[in-house]
Design a protein around this ligand. Structure first.
Ligand SMILES: *Cc1c(COP(=O)(O)O)cnc(C)c1O
Length: 355
C-alpha cells in the first residue's frame, strides 16, 4: 500500500500469470503455450520487418492485418478489430461494451482476468456457478444483465458449449453484448463467427497466442458487427493509437495466411490431447472432455493417493510445470497444457511414478 496510490489502485486484485521461471529449463505445461514454433513464414516476415523503417510509426489502423483476418473469416473488414493481445482487446471490450448500471455476468469458473478488469474499470459483476459437471447452463443467464462474457471452450475446464446454446443466450439478452472469448476455439470447438451476421449483440475475441504459437508477439482481435467494432475503436484511440508494432503486424499477417501450417499443428495437438487423455484415464484420473490445448484432470484419491496440489509440487521438482488453482471447486484438479508427444510421454512416465 502507498498513500500515493489512487483509491482504485489500492482496491485492485491483479491477475497472477502462470509461472515463467527464468532459472532452469522446465517442460512448460502450465500456460497453454503452443509447443510448436510459429509458422516459418511468420518468423521470416518478422525478420524482414525489422529494418530501417522501424523509425516510422506503424499503421495506426492496422489495415493489412484486419484485411487478412477479414479474408480468413470471410467477413467485411469493418467487422474486425485488432489489438496488442486479446487481453488488451478484452480490456477495451469491458470499457466499451460491458460497463453498464446492470451487472455483467460470467461463470464462477472461467478466465481469471475478468474479475481483474471489473475491479480496474469499476464494473459490477455477478458470477454464475457452472453446473455440477462444469458446463455452462444458458438458462442461468436469463436474468437482468449489462453484458455476458465467457470463454468457449471454457478455461480451465476445457469444455465447449454448442452454438445452439450460444444462440439461446443471444436471443435471451438482445439488449446486452455477449462476448465469446474464443482463445482456444481452434483446437476443436465451434466458432460463433457464423452467428455474427444474425446477432448485433455478439462479439467474439480471439488470440494469436495459442493456436498460432505467437504468445510472445502479443496479437489479439475481435469480430462483431460494425457498431460494436466502432465502440472498441473509440476506446483504443483514447488509449494507444499504435497498439501493434511493425514486426507484429507482418508476423501476424504471414501467420494467418499460412493456413496449412496452422491446420497441421492444431491437428497434432488434438491428437496428442486425445492420447494423453486416454493414458491418464487408464491411470484412474478423471479428465474433463477438452476441446482446447490443455486438459483439466483430477486424480482419484483411492487409486492415485496423491492430491492434485502435491502432484503439482512433485512434478515441479521433476522439472515439469503444470497449473494448479487453489480455488474452491477446482482445487483437486490440475490443468495440463498439451506439449509435444515426447513431452507428454515424459509427463506420463513421471505421473505414473508419483501418483
Ligand atoms: C490465453 C487467454 C487469453 C489471452 O490471450 P493473449 O492474447 O495472450 O492476451 C484470453 N482469454 C483466455 C480464456 C485465455 O486463455
Amino acid at each position: 500500500m502507498s498513500k500515493f496510490w489512487s483509491k482504485r489502485v489500492q482496491e485492485l486484485d491483479p491477475y497472477t500469470p502462470g509461472e515463467q521461471p527464468q532459472d532452469q529449463q522446465y517442460s512448460k505445461l502450465n500456460t497453454n503455450e503452443n509447443p510448436y514454433p510459429p509458422s516459418p513464414k511468420a518468423i521470416e516476415a518478422m525478420r524482414n520487418a525489422s529494418d530501417e523503417n522501424m523509425r516510422l510509426y506503424p499503421d495506426p489502423n492496422c489495415y493489412s492485418l484486419k484485411q487478412a483476418i477479414a479474408e480468413y473469416y470471410a467477413l467485411p473488414i469493418e467487422q474486425v478489430f485488432v489489438g496488442n493481445s486479446s487481453d488488451e482487446v478484452l480490456a477495451h471490450t469491458f470499457v466499451a461494451l460491458l460497463k453498464h448500471d446492470k451487472p455483467l455476468l460470467y461463470p464462477d469458473i472461467s478466465y481469471s482476468f475478468y474479475p481483474c478488469y471489473c475491479k480496474l474499470f469499476g464494473i459490477k459483476a455477478i458470477q454464475i456457478p457452472l453446473a455440477e459437471d462444469f458446463t455452462i447452463e444458458p438458462k442461468d443467464y436469463k436474468q437482468t444483465n449489462g453484458g455476458i462474457i465467457f470463454p468457449n471452450p471454457n478455461a480451465p475446464s476445457g469444455i465447449s458449449l454448442s452454438l445452439d446454446k450460444i444462440e439461446e443466450m443471444l436471443k435471451a439478452s438482445p439488449d446486452s453484448v455477449i462476448v465469446i472469448d474464443e482463445a482456444y476455439v481452434d483446437f476443436g470447438g465451434d466458432t460463433a463467427v457464423p452467428l455474427i451476421a444474425k446477432y448485433p449483440n455478439l462479439l467474439i475475441t480471439q488470440t494469436f497466442s495459442k493456436s498460432r504459437s505467437l504468445a510472445g508477439l502479443r496479437v489479439g482481435f475481435a469480430l462483431g458487427q460494425k457498431e460494436l467494432i466502432e465502440g472498441l475503436e473509440r476506446v483504443k484511440n483514447s488509449f494507444n493509437a499504435y497498439p501493434l508494432d511493425r514486426a507484429a503486424l507482418q508476423g501476424a499477417i504471414a501467420s494467418i495466411k499460412d493456413k496449412q501450417y496452422f491446420e497441421e499443428t492444431c491437428k497434432q495437438i488434438i491428437k496428442t490431447r486425445e492420447e494423453t487423455t486416454i493414458a491418464l484415464e487408464k491411470m484412474g484420473f478423471t479428465v474433463l472432455p477438452s476441446k482446447t490445448n490443455f486438459i483439466f484432470a483430477k486424480p482419484n484419491l483411492t487409486l492415485n493417493k496423491t492430491k492434485a496440489e502435491d502432484l503439482y509440487l512433485k512434478l515441479k521438482e521433476e522439472g515439469i510445470l503444470v497449473r494448479y488453482f487453489n480455488t474452491p471447486r477446482i482445487n483437486d484438479f490440475l490443468r495440463i497444457t498439451i506439449g509435444t508427444p515426447k513431452e507428454m510421454q515424459v509427463f506420463l512416465e513421471k505421473i505414473a511414478i508419483l501418483k
